[in-house]
Design a protein around this ligand. Structure first.
Ligand code: SAM
Ligand code: SF4
Length: 332
């Protein structure tokens, strides 16, 4: 069995998030500026064959879990057949997808055969007009139908991700928890991360402690240490003492989880980013296109070696503004 990639601080990196596209059919206000982001030309994006080769080298280095993300992964033509090919070639690789949910209805019946660990759907509000305001173009009905279709198809656990943005959905936390409880799905709230100065603002940021205080009957939620994503997952979980419902809060800003970080990220243009909050990256496209496994291994290990102990994820100082890292290009 392959060893595990370790960084200089002893963290084992067995989880890789791979972005299959920078493109998206939404413009969520916490992710992209209202005018959108210029799309990267197709020829600079990893082909599916490139990604399959990458998976081969990653699994050879002991990576056990991949998550495909974007942009919106389902906007890329051939995404579901690609997932089927990954499953076919790597039967033991744990595989998950993060999506805005808008294409799920069309693909739901194909998902059970893929052996996915989870489909994480971003759902920030249940209010149709707020949903359209939050995503700049999306329609909530389509996403809700998609969630129901995946649940009806069975076999694939659905998780919901909600980025809390004060003026939009802070007052809706209770409703979202009740909705997730009714659907029987795990909901995770995510602190609005200051990645992109064009979209982030201090006033819109809601800290994890406040999110926790806004859960319905907050005292009924007890810390739950049982791991959901393996021991290094970034969320802190709470379980309702009476109903047993669990919710997670991902506090990337107020309580860094750097010590537990187990991941690398690969952008759609084939750059490994060892930390979401750093701009340095290791380009792997040439090694990928040459199908040079040993060069690729060396680059992956170099990226792991460059992983900082901490990403400096805290709130920017009043005088600072965050940089211009577009989450849609990194993959979240
Ligand atoms: N399009 C897919 C989606 O929306 O789920 C996948 C890509 S999206 C970049 C991945 C995740 O990043 C989503 O859960 C999204 O909510 C989250 N995200 C984007 N910008 C964020 C920000 N500034 N702070 C926290 N989470 C963010
Ligand atoms: Fe698109 Fe996902 Fe970013 Fe929303 S969060 S704009 S759906 S990539």
């Amino acid at each position: 069995m392959a060893g595990v990639i370790r960084d200089p601080f002893g963290r084992s990196l067995d989880y890789v998030r791979i972005s299959v596209t920078d493109r998206c059919n939404f413009r969520c206000r916490y992710c992209m500026p209202a005018e959108g982001v210029a799309w990267i030309p197709h020829e600079r994006i990893m082909t599916y064959e490139d990604i399959l080769f990458l998976c081969e080298v990653l699994t050879g280095l002991g990576v056990r879990r991949v998550r495909f993300t974007g942009g919106e992964p389902f906007v890329r033509k051939g995404f579901v057949p690609f997932l089927a090919e990954v499953r076919n070639r790597f039967p033991h690789l744990a595989m998950a997808v993060t999506t805005n949910g808008s294409f799920l209805e069309a693909w739901a019946d194909r998902l059970p055969a893929l052996g996915l660990d989870s489909v994480n759907v971003s759902l920030d509000t249940l209010d149709p007009s707020k949903f359209t305001a939050m995503t700049a173009m999306g329609g909530i009905d389509q996403v809700l139908r998609g969630i129901d279709a995946v649940l009806a198809a069975g076999s694939v656990p659905v998780k919901l991700n909600t980025v809390v943005v004060r003026s939009v959905n802070a007052a809706e936390i209770e409703d979202l928890v009740l909705f997730a409880g009714r659907k029987g799905v795990l909901l995770r709230f995510i602190e609005f991360m200051p990645l992109d100065g064009q979209v982030w603002s201090r006033e819109e940021y809601v800290p994890a402690e406040e999110i926790r205080g806004r859960l319905p009957a907050p005292d009924a939620w007890l810390p739950d240490e049982a791991p959901t994503q393996g021991p290094n997952g970034p969320a802190r979980y709470y379980v309702h003492e009476r109903t047993g419902q669990r919710v997670g809060i991902i506090s990337a800003v107020s309580d860094h989880f750097c010590g537990r970080c187990n991941r690398l990220r690969v952008t759609a243009t084939g750059e490994i980013r060892s930390c979401l909050f750093r701009d340095d990256s290791v380009p792997i496209m040439e090694a990928l296109r040459m199908r040079d496994a040993s060069a690729l291994q060396a680059l992956i290990l170099a990226a792991a070696a460059a992983k900082p102990r901490e990403g400096g994820t805290g709130l920017p100082k009043e005088t600072d503004s965050p940089g211009y890292r577009h989450m849609s290009r990194i993959g979240g």
